[in-house]
Design a protein around this ligand. Structure first.
Ligand SMILES: Cc1cc2nc3c(=O)[nH]c(=O)nc-3n(C[C@H](O)[C@H](O)[C@H](O)COP(=O)(O)OP(=O)(O)OC[C@H]3O[C@@H](n4cnc5c(N)ncnc54)[C@H](O)[C@@H]3O)c2cc1C
Length: 605
């Protein structure tokens, strides 16, 4: 309580000092604008804030208002320019992209979106900066964008002609032995936890919680994903079959809502807002400034299994799939195993799975029978990558120095714990041709569902590679984990799914202004068509399938149902309560159906 009070006072002091104009009076009162307006202003509109108003905002946010420019604008002006050279050198570094006000981790999506710089960005360093920015945006009728590290596949953290509220510089992480959510002293037992400002990346938490303190926190698989964006997505990591979604571990959030007030959301205070933040989608509720997450006892070992097997014939491939799913159902459908398997074109099966275990030999022992079976049939199978499995001390998993599986951020001054998995490199700057995902229900693994599953996967893999993310479906997880997920806003389909199937493809960076060979649009469209066709094969066996909000199809017309299922009406009610005027708009976010696609024009009240 005391911390929040101090924080609120600290938040308001600089703002109060800077505000004089009537338009800013709501910064003090925290009141909503009197009448919601139907159209937001652009720089070319007469209602766009004056230079003087922007200067006052700059003072209010401690000089952290930035005039933004597209990532490669310096290259368009002069390819020999040092800023252009720096951008070219670093564009394959996800930490560099996250550190740029107009940086996005993917460089766009065919026929969907292309990264656009906001007109201005507030690089927030404290909750007070966020309060000032939100109040400015509301009273000046601006299109707002919120960004942590820019990992949105759907492009929801960038928009032209907008004011960006950018939290990347708010990244302090603190460990707690006995955390009690505010106002919950009588109802929630103290628990081991980590608090993090919202601009931190998961590697910042893994470094503090696991490498530093020998405990576990459930975050994302990709080390450079932002904390606030992932939790609001639901959020899966390699060990989610053991520990559940990141949202399930949320104990409390601090958030600045559309009225400019700082809210605490937890099980006891603003519980509906708390629920919505747990999987209701980023960018729709306000600007999250701080989160508290439960931490857990660290397993002894984290391990992996790998290999790439190609079948010499379609028949042998069908046999391989049948054998793999027998093996998966009997040995891997449990809290130990996450990550996935990719069914590629050319009859390939690529295994890249991850596990937690009490003893080192567990991983290799489990996989031995399956690998022996494959190795024993050279007439049917080629081992493109020799299969294997191993485990290591869990505490060393996210230690970046000397880690063969990771690439360190080698920029001068970068924290030594910043690094990314080599396996995630292809995603940095990726330009998407298409993307879709579906949760596959556990019934498809059972005897009467299995033949349909195998036929559909076989058919889909003729068209495009299909990756099964076993850690992104919670069937097989402990009942307590499933119960916790049921208390989140994520589509309940996650609880009965054994995997999330993702079908996606693209090509190397295609940022605007980046010199590169012209895109082969015909080939890109053909790729997109194949993604849709492969997805359609799976939809035949899972009509109305749920889809993971953050890893989904930009063009999904049934997004409310696909992302949130039966939870959508409840989410909509929370939206109407905390953001009735729709200040926080994102593509296919809760309440976005009331707005034009660009978020500038209100279509319905
Ligand atoms: C390369 C890559 C790897 C990924 N790996 C995983 C993974 O392992 N597991 C998984 O579950 N997902 C993964 N995702 C999806 C990812 O979790 C979501 O895209 C997530 O929303 C990213 O959050 P961010 O802050 O990093 O990105 P941003 O693009 O900055 O934000 C994403 C969304 O959250 C909103 N947002 C960000 N910060 C705040 C805030 N402080 N308050 C309110 N809203 C905010 C933004 O407005 C935007 O709508 C991955 C995505 C990419 C591109």
């Amino acid at each position: 309580m005391r911390r929040r009070h101090l924080l609120k006072m600290a938040a308001l002091t600089p703002v109060l000092a800077a505000i004089t104009e009537a338009a800013f009076s709501q910064v003090i009162s925290g009141a909503s604008s009197a009448t919601p307006r139907r159209a937001r202003v652009r720089p070319t509109d007469p209602g766009w804030p004056s230079e003087a108003a922007w200067r006052r905002l700059n003072v209010a946010v401690g000089g952290n208002l930035i005039k933004t420019a597209p990532l490669f604008s310096s290259c368009a002006a002069d390819p020999g320019d040092s800023a252009c050279r720096k951008a070219m050198q670093n564009m394959h570094n996800p930490f560099y992209l996250g550190d740029q006000p107009s940086g996005t981790q993917v460089s766009g999506w065919l026929d969907a979106w292309s990264p656009a710089a906001s007109t201005y960005a507030v690089k927030a360093h404290a909750t007070a900066d966020v309060v000032a920015a939100v109040n400015f945006a509301r009273t000046q009728n601006l299109r707002v964008v919120i960004k942590g590290t820019g990992h949105s596949y759907l492009g929801t953290s960038n928009a032209p002609d907008s004011l960006l509220i950018w939290t990347r510089a708010m990244n302090r992480v603190t460990l707690h032995d006995r955390f009690v959510p505010t106002g919950c002293a009588d109802t929630v037992a103290p628990t081991s936890a980590v608090t993090s400002e919202s601009g931190a990346m998961w590697i910042d938490l893994y470094d503090a919680v696991t490498t530093g303190a020998g405990r576990y926190v459930q975050g994302g698989g990709c080390t450079d994903v932002g904390v606030a964006g992932l939790i609001q997505s639901g959020g899966f990591g390699s060990m989610s079959k053991t520990f559940g979604t990141a949202a399930s571990s949320l104990l409390e959030a601090e958030i600045v809502c559309a009225d400019g007030r700082v809210y605490i959301a937890n099980a006891c205070t603003n519980p509906e807002l708390f629920w919505a933040l747990k999987g209701g989608g980023g960018g729709s509720w306000g600007v999250v400034t701080r989160v508290a997450l439960r931490t857990y006892e660290l397993p002894n070992f984290f391990g992996a299994a790998w290999g790439k097997i190609t079948a010499r014939s379609d028949d042998a491939y069908r046999k391989l799939l049948a054998r793999f799913f027998d093996f998966y159902g009997a040995n891997l459908l449990n809290p130990h195993w996450g990550e996935g398997a990719t069914l590629g074109r050319g009859n390939a099966l690529e295994i890249s799975m991850v596990c937690q275990a009490a003893d080192k030999a567990y991983a290799s022992d489990v996989w031995k029978p399956f690998f022996d079976w494959v190795s024993g049939a050279p007439q049917d199978y080629v081992l493109n990558r020799k299969p294997g499995a191993d485990a290591e001390d869990a505490r060393a998993w996210w230690r970046v120095p000397d880690n063969d599986s990771m690439i360190p951020d080698s920029r001068a001054g970068a924290p030594p714990h910043h690094g990314w998995w080599k396996g995630d490199q292809d995603q940095v700057g990726l330009f998407l041709h298409g993307y879709d995902s579906l949760w596959l229900p556990i019934s498809l693994l059972q005897p009467n569902g299995r033949p349909r599953l195998l036929d559909a996967l076989f058919a889909a893999s003729r068209l495009q590679k299909v990756r099964l993310h076993f850690n992104k479906g919670l069937a097989g997880a402990p009942t307590s984990v499933i119960a916790a997920a049921q208390e989140t806003a994520t589509n309940p389909a996650v609880c009965t799914a054994f995997a999330l199937a993702i079908i996606a493809d693209g090509e190397g960076p295609a940022f605007r202004g980046l010199a590169r060979p012209a895109m082969d649009l015909a080939a890109a469209h053909e790729d997109a068509r194949r993604i849709d066709a492969a997805t359609a094969e799976l939809r035949k066996i899972v009509p109305n399938a749920g889809s993971y909000v953050s890893e989904s199809n930009y063009f999904n017309a049934s997004w409310q149902q696909a992302y949130w299922g039966s939870n959508y009406p409840r989410l909509r009610a929370v939206k109407d309560k905390y953001d009735p005027d729709g200040l926080f708009f994102v593509h296919h976010g809760v309440g976005s159906e009331d707005w034009s696609a660009d978020g500038f024009t209100r279509l319905r009240s």
